[in-house]
Design a protein around this ligand. Structure first.
Ligand code: DX5
Ligand code: ZN
Length: 217
């Protein structure tokens, strides 16, 4: 069954826990936490202090998406703050294999995120070290952007790799996910749907989450 990971980027930051509590109550499996540094992406969001503050209240799996340069420097801080999964961008890692091992050595799950223009081949030799692959279906930095349709084929190809190599990492997609795009990516092989504006911008959060699940059968 597809898992739903609401992205807090589109939550109300002035009333963050009240908004996040609604997705937890609505049965979201994961909380997707977008960390941006103003260098790797042209936007700045939150750091470990906010993750820690939410961790004290929430039981959801914390899925931390690091859109930062030099992620190695901050892995320990985010683990301490309560991350269960950390995604680093392949484009930001000079020694990706080492970075993934660092994450796993902290006893949490390791994932790689790929920008839309980055080929799958950059992760070919680290697949056994991955618990999850995050395929960006928009260019990272902002919520509310349009899904890039060419990414469907990329998801299919990664799903084929997974099957052929008998691996069991999960495939997460992030960007432009809504009622129309969700069934396309799930059919292509996605297991976890990140959705920011579609969920936090909805009049009724639990209806939005339910509609994503229902559309994916
Ligand atoms: C974009 C972030 C996403 C973002 C998705 O850089 O990684 O997680 O919040 O937002 P939507 O679902 O609105 O495209
Ligand atoms: Zn994200």
């Amino acid at each position: 069954m597809v898992q739903i990971a609401p992205s807090i980027l589109s939550a109300n930051f002035a009333n963050l826990w009240a908004h996040v509590a609604q997705v937890e109550a609505a049965g979201a499996e994961m909380l997707h936490i977008d960390v941006m540094d103003g260098h790797f992406v042209p936007n700045i969001t939150i750091g470990p202090l906010v993750v820690q503050a939410l961790r004290d209240k929430s039981r959801m799996t914390f899925d931390v998406h690091l859109m930062i340069t030099n992620p190695d420097q901050f892995i320990g801080e985010f683990v301490k703050a309560g991350a269960d999964i950390i995604s680093v961008h392949a484009e930001a890692c000079t020694h990706l294999h080492r970075t993934l091992q660092t994450i796993r050595n902290h006893g949490i799950k390791a994932a790689v995120a790929l920008n839309p223009a980055t080929p799958l081949t950059v992760i070919e030799y680290v697949l056994p070290y991955l618990d999850m692959v995050l395929l960006m279906t928009v260019n990272p930095g902002f919520g509310g952007q349009r899904f890039i349709p060419e990414m469907v084929e990329k998801i299919e190809r990664l799903n084929t790799w997974r099957r052929e190599r008998k691996l069991n990492f999960t495939i997460q997609v992030d960007g432009g996910i809504n009622q129309e795009t969700a069934p396309l990516v799930v059919k292509a092989g996605a297991d976890i749907l990140v959705a920011g504006s579609y969920i936090f911008g909805a009049a009724d959060i639990s209806t939005a989450i339910r509609s994503l699940r229902e559309r994916c059968g």
